[in-house]
Write a protein that binds this ligand. Structure first.
Ligand code: COA
Length: 159
């Protein structure tokens, strides 16, 4: 069984992430979308539990997708989950340098784990979770950028 991991902060999950999840889950038997508990990033808008809940709701139509969280090294988590593939999305050339560095570090410490890059659909190439948070904070339109459940959560969070 081929298991893939799509790791990230997902604060919150956007339609850009959904695009990567929906496409990459067809390439593996099981896709684990893993929320990083990251001590290097500030607390963010949503708690880890809220991010997991939003991901679960937004992916419930995808039968081979599991939602989880992890801390520590990604490759250690991959070993723990018997996963051999890490999925990452590339939005634009600006992502490439950082993504290549992470993939090379991971390859250096765990040669058996492969990083696979999917190019994000052009209509989401500008999108990020922080852009969505900012739009929500300053009354900009974000309904088209996130799943409906996330949109409702954002509205109630910021009320
Ligand atoms: N659509 C929309 N937004 C996207 C996107 C897409 N397809 N792909 C990335 N993004 C955005 C995210 O929304 C996020 O935006 P934000 O900064 O505004 O919140 C930003 O790009 C960063 O992406 P994310 O995937 O959340 O990366 P990250 O830097 O938070 O986490 C990990 C990357 C989890 C892969 C990495 O930190 C990791 O592996 N950490 C574990 C420690 C480790 O193993 N280190 C060794 C390797 S370096």
């Amino acid at each position: 069984m081929k298991t893939g991991i799509y790791p990230g902060s997902f604060d919150p999950v956007t339609n850009g992430h959904m695009d990567i999840i929906e496409r990459s889950c067809k390439l593996v038997d099981k896709l684990i979308v893993a929320v990083l508990i990251n001590p290097n990033k500030d607390a963010g808008l949503f708690s880890i539990e809220e991010r997991i809940e939003m991901l679960k709701e937004s992916t419930k139509h995808l039968l081979n997708v599991e939602i989880d969280s992890f801390s520590g090294l990604l490759v250690d988590y991959a070993h723990y989950k018997n996963a051999s593939i890490v999925v990452r999305g590339l939005r634009a050339i600006m992502d490439l340098e950082r993504e290549m560095q992470m993939a090379q570090i991971n390859k250096n410490i765990a040669a058996e784990v492969e990083t696979v890059f999917l190019v994000t659909r052009a209509k989401y190439s500008f999108l990020s979770s922080s852009a969505v948070r900012e739009l929500a904070l300053f009354n900009g339109a974000f309904d088209d950028l996130v799943p409906a459940y996330v949109s409702a959560k954002l509205k109630s969070k910021l009320e």
